[in-house]
Ligand binder design. Structure first.
Ligand SMILES: [Zn+2]
Length: 422
């Protein structure tokens, strides 16, 4: 049975690799071919200088070439952890450590899970460092200093421990204490925790990494207040964020639910846009709020959680599931770690489906902005502006963008905006 489990996993793991590596290759070739023919989408012909276009192609190609190695490296790490004997080693190590130094319940499980998470976050450092300090820097996007980078990582580790360990302890306790329906109890607990994080993240956690300030006084602010009133969005939820201390990329997003909901504009975006364009971006974000997109995504996430836990409940006492990866005995913590390491390839087709839903939301928010402003031009200009300044890929391969993109391509969005009759 062990061979069947390992074999099935490896088949899907390789399939996922082939799909993702292959799509990246397709995209690289596609972009290169358009560049050779100088095929810029119509909308951008007179809006992007040949210099900027050149730079956007080089940026896209550099990222795609780096992705080749990052993809191979990331998968090797997973294979080494699963089949290189590290899990049984960490199991013994955590048992030893817990027996000697920690007398709290579930200490072994906590150390084991924490250890595996630590291995993965250390293993992700080389690609993260290269992408930040080489790739992004080469194209003038990286603004983060070594000091800030280190501070971010330490803060992340500290928060992960502070929040993660008690969370994990409760899950392990529920798994043990609530009998065969543990997964229902765990479902309610984790779903409640996710909801709490959606509320707490924008107001308590994000401010540990960035400064959020009310928009500076001025014409933009005045017009935004009018717009917010018209739409029914509470204006004390609109902030400017100092994104420029890490990156020159510009962005805006809508987050949180209930009283914690916020629209956040990067300071980089405020500087690079005209008043009209900034207002269009805000109207778009208010569209996400109006259409309840966050709520819909949260419900979807909760449904996935339910199914995930029900499958886990079938595996948790199934011995071959553990012995297949070198763990001698079934354990709740072992099941959690194995499940999170193995499930990816089994559900990798979900990623593109969620992206498709997200793209639908983007079209809806664009439409909302255009209808609210009774004008399509500012939204269109804002999109062109964002695309050019961020050196976004103007000509992604259609399969690549369908699989990976959470937003429609700029050309698709502008096409949809122009098709609206207002
Ligand atoms: Zn959006």
């Amino acid at each position: 049975m062990e061979q069947v489990i390992v074999g099935l996993f490896l088949v899907l793991f390789v399939l996922e690799f082939i799909v993702e590596f292959g799509l990246n290759e397709l995209n690289l070739r596609y972009v290169h071919a358009r560049w050779v023919e100088k095929k810029i989408p119509d909308f951008f012909q007179d809006k992007i200088s040949s210099d900027e276009y050149e730079k956007s192609v080089q940026y896209t190609l550099a990222k795609g070439r780096f992705q080749r190695w990052a993809e191979i490296y990331g998968r090797l790490v997973v294979l080494i952890v699963l089949f290189g004997g590290s899990l049984p080693f960490m199991d013994r190590f955590s048992q030893d450590l817990a027996g000697r130094f920690l007398s709290i319940s579930h200490a072994q499980g906590l150390i084991f899970c924490f250890g595996v998470a630590l291995v993965f976050s250390i293993a992700s450092l080389p690609t993260d460092l290269y992408s930040t300090f080489k790739l992004e820097a080469r194209f003038g996007f990286n603004k983060i200093t070594w000091k800030l980078y280190l501070a971010d990582k330490l803060k992340g580790l500290f928060l992960g421990t502070l929040i993660g360990l008690p969370f994990l302890w409760v899950v392990l306790w529920l798994m043990e204490a609530t009998g065969s329906y543990w997964w229902i109890w765990t479902f309610f607990f984790v779903a409640g925790f996710q909801l709490l994080m959606v509320i707490v993240y924008p107001t308590l956690i994000a401010p540990l990494f960035n400064k959020f300030e009310p928009l500076p006084k001025g014409e933009l602010r005045n017009q935004i207040l009018d717009l917010a009133e018209q739409v029914g969005f509470k204006t004390n939820g609109i902030f400017s964020m100092d994104g420029s201390k890490r990156s020159a990329h510009s962005n805006a997003y809508f987050t949180g639910i209930g009283k914690a909901k916020r629209i956040v504009l990067f300071d980089t975006l405020i500087v690079q846009m005209t008043l009209e364009q900034g207002l269009a971006v805000l109207a778009h974000e208010m569209g996400h709020y109006k259409m309840k997109h966050i709520r819909r995504m949260l419900i979807l996430q909760t449904v996935f959680l339910f199914f995930g836990l029900s499958i886990l409940s079938l595996l948790v006492n199934y011995r071959p599931f553990f012995t297949a990866f070198g763990l001698d005995n079934p354990s709740n913590y072992g099941a959690l770690v194995l499940f999170s390491l193995l499930s990816g390839p089994f559900v990798f087709f979900l990623g593109p489906l969620i992206n498709a839903l997200s793209r639908k939301h983007e079209y809806e928010a664009d439409r909302f902005a255009v209808e609210t402003l009774h004008n399509a031009r500012p939204m269109e200009e804002a999109l062109v502006n964002l695309t050019v300044k961020n050196l976004s890929n103007l000509t992604p391969h259609p399969w690549y963008s369908a699989y990976h993109y959470s937003h429609p391509t700029p050309a698709e969005r502008i096409g949809a905006i122009r098709a609206l009759s207002i």
